[in-house]
Design a protein around this ligand. Structure first.
Ligand SMILES: [Zn+2]
Length: 341
């Protein structure tokens, strides 16, 4: 016999499939879902998660980007063995942070998820960093509400594929935010309140991270809905601590051999402050570079599992803490649910 809890969970999954998530169900403990490119799963199903990586990126710019600029089968064949290797090493969920107008290809992600058995999560939203080169021109003429309506529509299925985003990905440079950057953060707040999708923001520095929280607050959104992407861009650890104390997720996602020591330093500071339960860690690695012969230098995603975690253990991080960083926290951060301030 189905327990009431299982029954409600099934009802929730069915509702999620048709965009009818009710507030009553969403609010109940243990019934949260995470949206993958193959539909909703329970947060507990994510297991070991890399929360910020890329399979494909095209830096040509919003006005020229197109799926015609690469061959999907070539990208698939390049990515497949690298993702299989990652899964074999213990990763179960891969969060792809390439947004629209930078090469997001949700069909490719879905094919790779089906072929590898990895959960893959994609996103909606626009990336306003790097001087706004990757923003579509309609951002300048539309209101935040109009921009949000595109993202809310995508939350029901992207470009007619039926693939749904698992979070909102935006981006801003250093403070002060430009008018267009402020507008997309407002649009993210509106989208969050309508969909419960978490808001990931590529961020230039700590002041820009603070400015985002002020905009979210003015729209009634809790810091707990915001993932501060590239927190390592800010060297002053007090910004990380302050953001986490407010409830924000702080993502140190540039782990690589050169950045290992700095990342361990950031994590130690968060541990001292008892804030590890607000921290995400990833590599920002990969990817097939559109426009380069055969995709250029496609780096693997193994470093955290092969080198970084052993280094954390040497520095006194416990299995429980490592589990929090790579399993518990991503499951919470990417759970669908409205977080009001
Ligand atoms: Zn990235």
């Amino acid at each position: 016999m189905l327990s009431r809890r299982n029954f409600l969970h099934k009802a929730l999954l069915a509702g999620a499939g048709t965009g009818l998530l009710s507030h009553a169900l969403r609010g109940q403990a243990g019934l949260e879902t995470v949206m993958t490119v193959n539909g909703p799963v329970r947060p507990g199903d994510l297991k070991f998660t890399l929360s910020h990586e890329h399979i494909l990126v095209d830096f040509i710019g919003a006005d020229k980007v197109s799926r015609d600029r690469y061959r999907t089968d070539e990208v698939f064949n390049a990515a497949m063995p690298i993702l299989q290797d990652l899964k074999k090493k213990g990763c179960m969920t891969f969060i792809d942070c390439t947004p629209a107008y930078l090469g997001r290809d949700v069909q490719l992600l879905q094919q790779l998820s089906k072929a590898t058995g990895l959960h893959i999560i994609t996103n909606t939203g626009y990336y306003g960093a790097v001087g706004e080169k990757y923003l579509p021109s309609h951002v300048h003429s539309e209101t935040a509400g109009q921009i949000a309506s595109h993202w809310i529509n995508e939350s029901k299925g992207i470009d007619g594929t039926g693939v749904r985003p698992g979070f909102i990905k935006t981006g801003v440079d250093k403070a002060p935010l430009s008018a267009a950057q402020r507008k997309i953060i407002e649009a993210a707040a509106i989208t969050h309140l309508a969909t419960g999708l978490a808001i990931g923001v590529h961020t230039g520095n700590g002041e820009a991270a603070k400015e985002q929280l002020e905009i979210l607050k003015s729209r009634g959104v809790s810091p707990a809905a915001r993932i501060w992407i590239h927190a390592q861009n800010e060297e002053n650890k007090q910004y990380h601590i302050d953001a986490a104390r407010l409830g924000s997720w702080v993502s140190f996602d540039g782990v690589n051999p050169e950045g290992m020591e700095a990342h361990i330093g950031y994590l130690k500071a968060m541990k001292t402050e008892k804030l590890l339960h607000h921290v995400l860690v990833s590599q920002d690695s990969g990817w097939y570079h559109v426009g380069e012969p055969h995709g250029g230098d496609f780096k693997n995603y193994n470093y955290i599992l092969t080198d970084f975690i052993p280094a954390l253990r040497q520095q006194g991080f416990t299995d429980g803490e490592i589990n929090t960083l790579f399993t518990g926290n991503p499951a919470k951060a990417f759970s669908i649910g409205v977080r009001r301030s």
